[in-house]
Design a protein. Structure first.
Length: 130
């Protein structure tokens, strides 16, 4: 939180602590641009540990950040769609699939879709991407 805080960025220390305690998320908002970054706390489970190990470094505004891979973002969005029934998450996955084309590791996606039980959401997103 301290490394992301600045006069141009808002980060709630209370939200960060709560997210850490409950393995959820909090965000950082850049007041100059209106950009918002969701910072997601790793859950204590096999998929989340794998997702964390696969993360990639990225530099943003002079700060090194770690971001989820495309495949792991897709899996996370499928889970969010399952939890909240959100059509937006399915649309996001469909868009990601269209943009990524053959760059996705489909075997990896199929494995975690099965393990996490998000087959219905995966089929909807794939159909919407065509």
């Amino acid at each position: 939180v301290a490394s992301l805080s600045s006069p141009d960025r808002y980060v709630s220390p209370d939200a960060a602590i709560e997210a850490l305690e409950h393995e959820t998320m909090f965000n950082v908002v850049d007041s100059r641009t209106g950009w918002k970054a969701d910072l997601i706390i790793r859950k204590s489970r096999a998929f989340s540990e794998t997702e964390f190990a696969r993360r990639q470094p990225m530099h943003f505004d002079g700060v090194q950040l770690w971001v989820a891979t495309l495949e792991d973002l897709i899996i996370a969005k499928l889970e969010w769609a399952q939890l909240g029934g959100s059509a937006r998450q399915i649309e996001d996955v469909a868009r990601l699939l269209r943009v990524a084309g053959d760059a996705c590791d489909v075997a990896y996606l199929n494995y975690w879709v099965h393990v996490l039980g998000v087959e219905q959401q995966w089929h909807k997103a794939r159909a919407a991407s065509e």
